[in-house]
Design a protein around this ligand. Structure first.
Ligand SMILES: [Zn+2]
Length: 212
């Protein structure tokens, strides 16, 4: 059992559109979906704080934007946790590979993910990645460049956690529930990273992953 959610976020985690621009972009995204079923869960959301927008089981690797070295998931989890404790007022961190200071949002995520205080979310888009042209059209409507995140939630992976203890199993269940209700927490992000090590799939991320 699995679900795909499509989320588009501004490339600047702290940037928020006005109501008109946000609604205009949501309407533009609605026109890119195949039918009314796909449009049903579409929603533009403004949040008071920056949140992680994780790609769930699609996450395969996180790399340094400077030297290209792969970042250890444990390091990333700690770096995110540290910024989270500070309410994501800053996303700046120092990568262990080459010591460069960079934004967590500027790391190279395969598949794409990011941080945002505004998002347009489609729960069951029933389509693949947006094309570069479609992303450009949405960016025009929003008046800000966008990044797309295809969130893959593989509920079956929860079963793999069962041997690790009933408590952890329950925790993941709760976090998945939280995610479904639209409030992506960093705890979910970190658990999903652990989950993603068991993820698989033949699809590839878009050739032109947007950068910061
Ligand atoms: Zn590096």
């Amino acid at each position: 059992m699995s679900d795909d959610y499509l989320t588009v976020i501004p490339t600047d985690p702290y940037w928020q559109p006005g109501t008109d621009a946000g609604d205009r972009a949501a309407a533009a995204l609605a026109r890119m979906l195949p039918d009314d079923d796909a449009r049903r869960g579409l929603e533009a959301q403004w949040h008071d704080v920056v949140e992680a927008v994780h790609c769930g089981a699609n996450l395969r690797a996180i790399s340094c934007p400077h030297c290209g070295a792969e970042c250890a998931s444990a390091w990333w989890g700690e770096a995110v946790s540290k910024c989270y404790e500070d309410g994501f007022r800053t996303l700046m961190t120092t990568v262990p590979c080459c010591g460069v200071e960079t934004s967590l949002n500027g790391l190279v995520y395969d598949w794409p993910m990011g941080f945002a205080s505004f998002r347009i979310e489609v729960l069951y888009p029933d389509r693949a990645w947006l094309t570069d042209e479609e992303l450009a059209e949405l960016a025009d409507a929003l008046e800000h460049p966008l990044r797309q995140v295809l969130i893959h939630i593989q509920v079956v992976l929860m079963c793999r956690l069962a041997p690790l203890g009933q408590e952890r199993h329950r925790l993941v269940e709760v976090l998945l529930g939280v995610r479904v209700w639209g409030s992506l927490t960093i705890a979910w992000a970190m658990s999903a990273l652990a989950l993603s090590r068991g993820g698989s799939g033949d699809a590839t991320s878009p050739a032109s992953t947007s950068s910061e």
